[in-house]
Design a protein around this ligand. Structure first.
Ligand SMILES: [Mn+2]
Length: 272
């Protein structure tokens, strides 16, 4: 099944944006996020592809769902894609951001990362695993340089994580929209769904109380894409096995994919 509104294979050359699933959860302590790409695609079928508030029909935006990527931990990962087409990767646990960012960093010269997450993910090692989803931003910062990381929406970290990161990386509240000069250059945007309040996104490995609304997250994502040049974005940590029966976490993630597509399109097509 393709994501709702995707071009069919026969028209895939026309796509200006691409969606890629990454069904990987080996670095999570509670498995299940590997089911997210399929379940978010299914949830997308339950939403109208007409975005009412933007008056945009998504199927007019020309995007193609390329299916799933299975060799994410391969050190010689070759994504074999047109880097000029903005991407949305659907995880997977948060650890997928590291090999994806590394690919963009090493092959395409991308240096800056913006992460929206309830957690700092700045541990050096977690349960004996340096590539755990709880260490992902630390690994990315070590690669890209700490000054190239902006963390937004964090509300949970250990004291040690906070002490380590507070003078090294830029930490913003969800209400502090990053300015254009902070977003200079091409960006990788990583969105951990657990930044949302667990009341509206219960299907996550580490739910954290006092989260934000989907509307606030959409506003933030829209602003970042408008002010910066986001060439790739991931949406991670949806765990369908921990979701409630009506699949609200998957549904909200599908809606977020719609909003990223719409934001890409408005950025590329609206005269400023
Ligand atoms: Mn998180």
């Amino acid at each position: 099944m393709k994501f709702a509104g995707s071009l069919p294979l026969t028209d895939s050359e026309k796509a200006i944006y691409e969606i890629i699933g990454v069904p990987f959860d080996d670095n999570a302590t509670i498995r299940g996020a590997s089911k997210a790409p399929e379940m978010i695609r299914r949830a997308s079928q339950r939403l109208e592809t007409f975005l009412w508030h933007n008056k945009l029909e998504l199927s007019d935006l020309l995007y193609y769902d390329r299916g799933d990527l299975h060799d994410i931990t391969d050190p010689d990962l070759d994504l074999d894609f047109d880097a000029g087409k903005r991407k949305i990767f659907i995880g997977g646990d948060h650890s997928i951001s590291y090999p994806l960012f590394r690919y963009y960093f090493e092959r395409l010269g991308l240096t800056k990362v913006v992460v929206i997450d309830a957690h700092a993910d700045f541990r050096d090692v977690y349960v004996g695993n340096r590539f755990s989803n709880a260490c992902v931003m630390r690994r990315i910062a070590e690669l890209a340089g700490f000054e190239n990381v902006i963390e937004i929406g964090v509300r949970s970290a250990s004291w040690e994580e906070y002490e380590f990161m507070k003078k090294r990386v830029r930490i913003l509240d969800v209400d502090d929209m990053p300015e254009e000069q902070e977003l200079e250059g091409r960006l990788y945007l990583s969105i951990d769904i657990d930044v949302l309040d667990p009341g509206i996104a219960p299907g996550v490995e580490y739910p954290e109380p006092c989260g934000i609304s989907l509307e606030a997250l959409i506003r933030l994502v829209r602003t970042i894409i408008k002010r910066g040049d986001v060439v790739a974005c991931d949406i991670v940590e949806v765990n369908p096995e921990l979701d409630i029966k009506n699949g609200i976490t998957c549904l909200n993630a599908a809606r977020l994919v719609f909003e990223v597509l719409a934001s890409y399109w408005l950025k590329d097509h609206k005269s400023s």
